[in-house]
Design a protein around this ligand. Structure first.
Ligand SMILES: [Zn+2]
Length: 288
Protein backbone atom coordinates (compact mmCIF):
# COMPACT_ATOMS: atom_id res chain seq x y z
CA UNK A 1 0.00 0.00 0.00
CA UNK A 2 2.77 2.36 0.98
CA UNK A 3 4.64 1.57 -2.23
CA UNK A 4 1.57 2.18 -4.36
CA UNK A 5 0.90 5.53 -2.71
CA UNK A 6 4.56 6.48 -3.02
CA UNK A 7 4.40 5.81 -6.74
CA UNK A 8 1.23 7.89 -7.00
CA UNK A 9 2.88 10.81 -5.22
CA UNK A 10 5.95 10.68 -7.42
CA UNK A 11 3.73 10.75 -10.48
CA UNK A 12 1.74 13.60 -8.99
CA UNK A 13 4.85 15.70 -8.38
CA UNK A 14 6.01 14.95 -11.92
CA UNK A 15 2.69 16.31 -13.12
CA UNK A 16 3.11 19.42 -10.97
CA UNK A 17 6.57 19.79 -12.42
CA UNK A 18 5.39 19.48 -16.01
CA UNK A 19 2.25 21.53 -15.66
CA UNK A 20 3.32 24.23 -13.22
CA UNK A 21 7.12 24.20 -13.20
CA UNK A 22 7.67 22.77 -9.72
CA UNK A 23 11.33 22.05 -9.08
CA UNK A 24 13.50 20.86 -6.23
CA UNK A 25 13.99 21.98 -3.60
CA UNK A 26 10.25 22.19 -3.17
CA UNK A 27 9.24 25.22 -1.11
CA UNK A 28 6.84 23.95 1.49
CA UNK A 29 4.84 26.38 3.57
CA UNK A 30 4.32 24.71 6.92
CA UNK A 31 1.70 25.94 9.35
CA UNK A 32 1.91 25.71 13.10
CA UNK A 33 -0.67 22.94 13.41
CA UNK A 34 1.21 20.48 11.22
CA UNK A 35 4.38 21.17 13.19
CA UNK A 36 2.54 20.31 16.37
CA UNK A 37 0.77 17.26 14.91
CA UNK A 38 4.02 15.88 13.52
CA UNK A 39 5.48 16.20 17.00
CA UNK A 40 2.43 14.55 18.52
CA UNK A 41 2.83 11.55 16.20
CA UNK A 42 6.60 11.55 16.70
CA UNK A 43 7.13 12.16 13.03
CA UNK A 44 10.08 13.71 11.30
CA UNK A 45 8.21 16.46 9.49
CA UNK A 46 10.84 17.49 6.95
CA UNK A 47 11.93 13.91 6.30
CA UNK A 48 8.29 12.92 5.79
CA UNK A 49 7.78 15.80 3.36
CA UNK A 50 10.83 14.74 1.35
CA UNK A 51 9.59 11.17 1.15
CA UNK A 52 6.10 12.28 0.24
CA UNK A 53 7.15 14.83 -2.37
CA UNK A 54 9.97 12.63 -3.64
CA UNK A 55 12.57 15.34 -3.55
CA UNK A 56 14.53 17.92 -1.66
CA UNK A 57 12.39 20.21 0.44
CA UNK A 58 12.86 23.76 1.65
CA UNK A 59 10.62 24.13 4.72
CA UNK A 60 9.23 27.63 5.17
CA UNK A 61 7.15 29.23 7.86
CA UNK A 62 5.35 32.55 7.72
CA UNK A 63 5.64 35.21 10.40
CA UNK A 64 2.02 34.63 11.34
CA UNK A 65 2.51 30.87 11.72
CA UNK A 66 5.52 31.57 13.89
CA UNK A 67 3.39 33.82 16.04
CA UNK A 68 0.83 31.04 16.36
CA UNK A 69 3.56 28.90 17.90
CA UNK A 70 4.70 31.71 20.17
CA UNK A 71 1.11 32.13 21.32
CA UNK A 72 1.16 28.49 22.48
CA UNK A 73 4.65 28.66 23.97
CA UNK A 74 3.31 28.02 27.48
CA UNK A 75 2.09 24.57 26.42
CA UNK A 76 4.46 21.70 27.01
CA UNK A 77 6.94 20.91 24.30
CA UNK A 78 6.07 23.95 22.20
CA UNK A 79 9.22 25.90 23.02
CA UNK A 80 11.15 23.01 21.53
CA UNK A 81 9.02 23.26 18.40
CA UNK A 82 9.65 27.00 18.25
CA UNK A 83 13.37 26.33 18.20
CA UNK A 84 12.86 23.77 15.49
CA UNK A 85 10.67 26.13 13.46
CA UNK A 86 13.34 28.80 13.74
CA UNK A 87 15.56 26.61 11.59
CA UNK A 88 13.05 26.82 8.76
CA UNK A 89 13.22 29.66 6.32
CA UNK A 90 11.06 32.53 7.48
CA UNK A 91 8.63 33.56 4.81
CA UNK A 92 7.97 37.25 5.25
CA UNK A 93 4.24 37.54 4.80
CA UNK A 94 4.34 41.21 5.75
CA UNK A 95 1.70 40.85 8.47
CA UNK A 96 3.75 42.66 11.07
CA UNK A 97 2.64 42.87 14.72
CA UNK A 98 2.48 46.69 14.39
CA UNK A 99 -0.19 46.40 11.71
CA UNK A 100 -1.75 43.16 12.92
CA UNK A 101 -1.82 42.89 16.72
CA UNK A 102 -3.28 39.44 16.23
CA UNK A 103 -1.59 37.12 13.73
CA UNK A 104 -3.68 36.31 10.66
CA UNK A 105 -5.32 32.92 10.48
CA UNK A 106 -3.38 30.30 8.55
CA UNK A 107 -6.01 30.55 5.85
CA UNK A 108 -5.68 34.30 5.35
CA UNK A 109 -1.90 34.41 5.76
CA UNK A 110 -1.10 31.47 3.49
CA UNK A 111 -3.45 32.52 0.73
CA UNK A 112 -1.90 36.01 0.72
CA UNK A 113 1.52 34.36 0.40
CA UNK A 114 0.62 31.76 -2.22
CA UNK A 115 -1.66 33.95 -4.32
CA UNK A 116 -0.89 37.58 -3.39
CA UNK A 117 -2.68 39.00 -6.43
CA UNK A 118 -5.70 36.79 -5.87
CA UNK A 119 -5.68 35.62 -9.47
CA UNK A 120 -5.83 31.94 -8.52
CA UNK A 121 -2.27 31.15 -9.49
CA UNK A 122 0.59 29.78 -7.41
CA UNK A 123 3.33 31.74 -9.15
CA UNK A 124 6.12 30.80 -6.75
CA UNK A 125 5.30 27.10 -6.77
CA UNK A 126 4.59 26.65 -3.10
CA UNK A 127 3.58 23.38 -1.57
CA UNK A 128 1.24 23.89 1.37
CA UNK A 129 1.43 21.60 4.38
CA UNK A 130 -1.50 22.37 6.61
CA UNK A 131 -3.69 20.48 9.04
CA UNK A 132 -6.55 22.90 8.59
CA UNK A 133 -9.22 21.65 6.26
CA UNK A 134 -10.32 25.22 5.50
CA UNK A 135 -6.80 26.14 4.40
CA UNK A 136 -6.61 23.21 2.02
CA UNK A 137 -10.11 23.88 0.76
CA UNK A 138 -9.11 27.43 -0.13
CA UNK A 139 -5.83 26.28 -1.71
CA UNK A 140 -7.70 23.86 -3.96
CA UNK A 141 -9.26 26.85 -5.67
CA UNK A 142 -5.82 28.14 -6.57
CA UNK A 143 -4.20 26.54 -9.61
CA UNK A 144 -1.37 24.11 -8.93
CA UNK A 145 -0.93 23.93 -5.16
CA UNK A 146 0.24 20.53 -3.91
CA UNK A 147 -1.40 19.97 -0.53
CA UNK A 148 -0.02 17.84 2.26
CA UNK A 149 -1.42 16.94 5.66
CA UNK A 150 -0.97 14.36 8.36
CA UNK A 151 -3.70 11.86 9.04
CA UNK A 152 -3.03 9.63 12.04
CA UNK A 153 0.74 9.59 11.63
CA UNK A 154 0.50 9.12 7.89
CA UNK A 155 1.47 11.95 5.60
CA UNK A 156 -1.00 12.40 2.79
CA UNK A 157 -0.73 14.37 -0.41
CA UNK A 158 -4.06 15.34 -1.85
CA UNK A 159 -4.82 14.41 -5.44
CA UNK A 160 -4.68 17.31 -7.84
CA UNK A 161 -7.50 19.68 -7.07
CA UNK A 162 -10.41 20.07 -9.47
CA UNK A 163 -9.27 23.45 -10.76
CA UNK A 164 -5.73 22.19 -11.12
CA UNK A 165 -6.54 18.94 -12.86
CA UNK A 166 -9.06 20.72 -15.08
CA UNK A 167 -6.30 23.06 -16.16
CA UNK A 168 -3.97 20.15 -16.72
CA UNK A 169 -6.59 18.28 -18.74
CA UNK A 170 -7.23 21.38 -20.82
CA UNK A 171 -3.51 21.78 -21.44
CA UNK A 172 -3.12 18.16 -22.38
CA UNK A 173 -6.11 18.29 -24.67
CA UNK A 174 -4.63 21.40 -26.21
CA UNK A 175 -1.31 19.64 -26.70
CA UNK A 176 -3.11 16.65 -28.15
CA UNK A 177 -4.92 18.86 -30.62
CA UNK A 178 -1.69 20.67 -31.42
CA UNK A 179 -0.12 17.26 -31.99
CA UNK A 180 -2.89 16.28 -34.36
CA UNK A 181 -2.42 19.49 -36.26
CA UNK A 182 1.31 18.96 -36.34
CA UNK A 183 0.76 15.41 -37.58
CA UNK A 184 -1.06 16.51 -40.71
CA UNK A 185 0.79 19.79 -40.62
CA UNK A 186 2.82 19.47 -43.80
CA UNK A 187 -0.22 18.89 -45.93
CA UNK A 188 -2.50 21.36 -44.21
CA UNK A 189 0.15 24.04 -43.98
CA UNK A 190 0.79 23.81 -47.67
CA UNK A 191 -2.88 24.06 -48.35
CA UNK A 192 -3.13 27.01 -45.99
CA UNK A 193 -0.19 28.65 -47.70
CA UNK A 194 -1.92 28.14 -50.99
CA UNK A 195 -5.09 29.60 -49.57
CA UNK A 196 -3.17 32.50 -48.16
CA UNK A 197 -1.56 33.12 -51.50
CA UNK A 198 -4.95 33.06 -53.14
CA UNK A 199 -6.37 35.31 -50.47
CA UNK A 200 -3.54 37.74 -50.91
CA UNK A 201 -4.24 38.04 -54.58
CA UNK A 202 -7.93 38.27 -53.86
CA UNK A 203 -7.50 40.96 -51.24
CA UNK A 204 -5.12 42.88 -53.46
CA UNK A 205 -7.69 42.87 -56.17
CA UNK A 206 -10.68 43.28 -53.88
CA UNK A 207 -9.04 45.80 -51.58
CA UNK A 208 -9.25 48.60 -54.13
CA UNK A 209 -11.26 48.66 -57.27
CA UNK A 210 -8.55 50.63 -59.04
CA UNK A 211 -5.98 47.95 -58.43
CA UNK A 212 -8.33 45.35 -59.71
CA UNK A 213 -8.97 47.42 -62.81
CA UNK A 214 -5.26 47.83 -63.30
CA UNK A 215 -4.84 44.14 -62.95
CA UNK A 216 -7.63 43.42 -65.35
CA UNK A 217 -6.01 45.96 -67.63
CA UNK A 218 -2.81 44.03 -67.35
CA UNK A 219 -4.74 40.84 -67.78
CA UNK A 220 -4.90 40.85 -71.52
CA UNK A 221 -1.17 41.33 -71.63
CA UNK A 222 -0.62 38.24 -69.54
CA UNK A 223 -1.80 35.91 -72.28
CA UNK A 224 1.27 37.08 -74.17
CA UNK A 225 3.46 34.37 -72.67
CA UNK A 226 0.91 31.93 -73.96
CA UNK A 227 1.16 33.57 -77.35
CA UNK A 228 4.91 33.15 -77.15
CA UNK A 229 4.34 29.51 -76.43
CA UNK A 230 2.16 29.26 -79.46
CA UNK A 231 4.77 31.02 -81.53
CA UNK A 232 7.19 28.38 -80.35
CA UNK A 233 5.45 26.26 -82.92
CA UNK A 234 6.73 28.77 -85.42
CA UNK A 235 10.13 28.61 -83.81
CA UNK A 236 11.77 27.89 -87.12
CA UNK A 237 10.27 31.11 -88.49
CA UNK A 238 11.31 33.00 -85.40
CA UNK A 239 14.75 31.54 -85.73
CA UNK A 240 14.83 32.93 -89.24
CA UNK A 241 13.66 36.27 -87.92
CA UNK A 242 16.26 36.29 -85.21
CA UNK A 243 18.91 35.37 -87.71
CA UNK A 244 17.78 38.21 -89.93
CA UNK A 245 17.67 40.56 -86.96
CA UNK A 246 21.13 39.43 -85.96
CA UNK A 247 22.17 40.23 -89.46
CA UNK A 248 20.50 43.62 -89.31
CA UNK A 249 22.02 44.83 -86.10
CA UNK A 250 25.49 45.27 -87.45
CA UNK A 251 23.97 46.69 -90.59
CA UNK A 252 22.18 49.38 -88.54
CA UNK A 253 25.62 50.43 -87.40
CA UNK A 254 26.57 50.59 -91.05
CA UNK A 255 23.47 52.71 -91.62
CA UNK A 256 24.75 55.26 -89.17
CA UNK A 257 27.97 55.40 -91.13
CA UNK A 258 26.32 56.02 -94.46
CA UNK A 259 23.45 58.48 -94.37
CA UNK A 260 22.19 57.28 -97.69
CA UNK A 261 21.49 53.81 -96.44
CA UNK A 262 20.18 55.04 -93.09
CA UNK A 263 16.84 55.91 -94.60
CA UNK A 264 16.31 52.40 -95.78
CA UNK A 265 17.39 50.87 -92.50
CA UNK A 266 15.17 53.19 -90.49
CA UNK A 267 12.21 52.04 -92.45
CA UNK A 268 13.08 48.44 -91.84
CA UNK A 269 13.74 49.01 -88.13
CA UNK A 270 10.12 49.57 -86.98
CA UNK A 271 9.14 46.44 -88.78
CA UNK A 272 11.85 44.37 -87.18
CA UNK A 273 9.57 42.69 -84.66
CA UNK A 274 6.88 42.09 -87.22
CA UNK A 275 7.75 39.54 -89.80
CA UNK A 276 5.36 40.87 -92.41
CA UNK A 277 6.37 44.47 -91.68
CA UNK A 278 9.94 43.86 -92.68
CA UNK A 279 8.81 42.48 -95.95
CA UNK A 280 6.71 45.57 -96.56
CA UNK A 281 9.58 47.80 -95.54
CA UNK A 282 11.83 45.97 -97.87
CA UNK A 283 9.25 46.35 -100.58
CA UNK A 284 8.98 50.08 -99.84
CA UNK A 285 12.71 50.36 -100.09
CA UNK A 286 12.59 48.46 -103.33
CA UNK A 287 10.03 50.94 -104.64
CA UNK A 288 12.43 53.79 -103.89
ZN1 LIG B 1 1.10 36.38 7.75
Amino acid sequence: MRGKRSKQYRKLMQQYGLSFGFREPYQVLIDSDIIRDADRFKMDLVGGLERTLHGQVKPMITQCSMRHLYAASSETGVSYLIDKAKTYERRRCGHRPEDYPEPLSSQDCLSSVVDPKDNKTNKNCYVVASQELEVRKQMRRIMGVPLVYINRSVMIMEPMAGATSDNRDREERGKFRAGLKRGSGSLKRKREDGEEGGKEEGTDGGGSGLKKKKKSGKGPKEPNPLAVKKSKKKQSEQGDLLAREGGKEPSTLDAEESSGRRKRRRKTKPGMGDHDGTNEAVQVVDDH
